[in-house]
Design a protein around this ligand. Structure first.
Ligand code: PLP
Length: 402
């Protein structure tokens, strides 16, 4: 009998983004001059006022288990946030906190999926969605949006994927990996179509809500179409906009029935989110927000620089997305090219490997995001590092055209 379950050994892939990052760290530790464009987290420190709130929490005794769905005072801050920023009204039994938005998605799937029930995932998608669905015994149904139309939502294509077994559809805007922000009209059209299918629930993963540039507007589907609000689980978290990836705070608003079931999963797994982080979350949500504007200014500058440099590289092209901190770079023109070692590049994985081996730059292949022919470039690093990395990638691509 093998030690590792079939669930893991036959079905689930480890996170390719975390793997790429740890491979980069490993090579760096061995002395290779690695440049990484793989990170999925801001390179800024958590703002000081939030760190101070954590210190205060520790010193005032918030060092014990909390209720499994989270502290009442933190839930109240979340209710205020949803009301203030999203025009969504929830009550205490309609919100809960988790150890990161990843756990929010996980708990939701564990709490709702019966074997073989289906979850529609729009491609390109965050790599963890299909794996979490499989872990929970469900069936991911990938629905591809057209790369040549900028991956915008097409509700007609999505509608064709709905069956009697569809329990969820997951949407994510601003999107990881494409940086695309769904417009009000796109979300309205999707919601109008979903009104016809009352058995389908919707996860709106809004974790990149505040990472928007060029005065772009963020919308969340439960607010766009209040008639479907009771079927929507609106997910958010502190990791990205507040530079708090290590604090592990995610949260959500949804029906009381769902939130209760998710809290059962949590009570029998992690017990509760970190008590100190929960207290810091109140400060993050209620306290000054100007740091977001400042980091966004920096991200927008880096995005402009990186997209400009990438678009000068033979074989690569990208648009300038208005959200998140990624460029999703079209590398289809490199397919069929031969590397100096004689290897023919046939996939985004081949291309990511080539960049790593040839010029020590880490990018993430698009295929685990459901979009072959693309690579994800993250601009959460300094302009100097971005410039160096793009120069290295250019060097590698020029060799392919010789
Ligand atoms: N959702 C998306 C789309 C993400 O990209 C990530 C992290 O990369 C998460 C959720 C999870 O974030 P966390 O668990 O740190 O809150």
């Amino acid at each position: 009998m093998s030690l590792i379950s079939d669930r893991i050994s036959k079905n689930i892939k480890p996170s390719p983004t975390l793997m790429a990052q740890s491979k980069a760290n490993e090579l760096k530790a061995k002395g290779f001059p690695i440049l990484s464009l793989a990170s999925g987290e801001p390179d800024f420190d958590t703002p000081l006022h939030i760190r101070k709130a954590a210190e205060q929490a520790m010193n005032s005794g918030y060092t014990r288990y909390t209720p499994s769905g989270g502290l009442k005072e933190t839930k109240e801050a979340i209710i205020r946030k949803f009301s203030r920023e999203n025009k969504l009204e929830y009550t205490l039994n309609e919100v809960c906190l988790n150890s990161g938005a990843k756990q929010t998605v996980y708990n939701a799937m564990m709490a709702t999926l019966n074997p073989d029930e289906e979850v529609i995932i729009i491609s390109p998608f965050w790599v963890s969605y299909p794996e979490i669905v499989k872990l929970a015994g469900g069936k991911p149904v990938i629905v591809n949006m057209n790369p040549d139309k900028g991956f915008h939502l097409d509700e007609n294509i999505i509608e064709r994927a709905i069956t009697d077994k569809t329990k969820w559809i997951i949407i994510n805007s601003p999107n990881n990996p494409s940086g695309l922000i769904y417009s009000y009209e796109e979300l309205k059209a999707l919601a109008s179509m979903l009104l016809k299918y009352p058995h389908v629930n919707i996860i709106s993963d809004d974790i990149y809500e505040h990472l928007v540039y060029d005065n772009a507007e963020f919308h969340t589907i439960a607010a766009v179409e209040p008639k479907i609000k009771s079927r929507v689980l609106t997910i958010n978290g502190l990791s990205k906009a507040y530079a708090m990836t290590g604090w592990r705070i995610g949260y959500c608003g949804g029906s009381a029935e769902l939130i209760k079931a998710m809290s059962v999963i949590q009570s029998q797994s992690t017990s509760c989110p970190n008590s100190i982080s929960q207290m810091a979350a109140i400060e993050a949500l209620d306290g000054p927000q100007n740091h977001i504007k400042e980091s966004n200014k920096e991200f927008a500058k880096r995005r402009n620089l990186t997209s400009q440099l990438i678009n000068q590289i033979p074989g690569l092209k990208c648009n300038i997305p208005k959200g998140a901190f990624y460029l999703f770079v079209d590398c289809r023109d490199l397919f069929g090219k031969k590397t100096p070692n004689g290897k023919v590049l046939n996939s985004s994985v081949d291309i990511a490997e080539y960049f790593l081996e040839q010029v020590y730059v880490v990018v993430i292949a698009g295929s685990p995001f459901g979009a072959e022919g693309f690579i994800r470039v993250s601009y959460t690093t300094s302009e100097e590092q971005l410039t160096k990395s793009c120069a290295k990638i250019k060097e590698a691509c020029e060799l392919l055209f010789k």
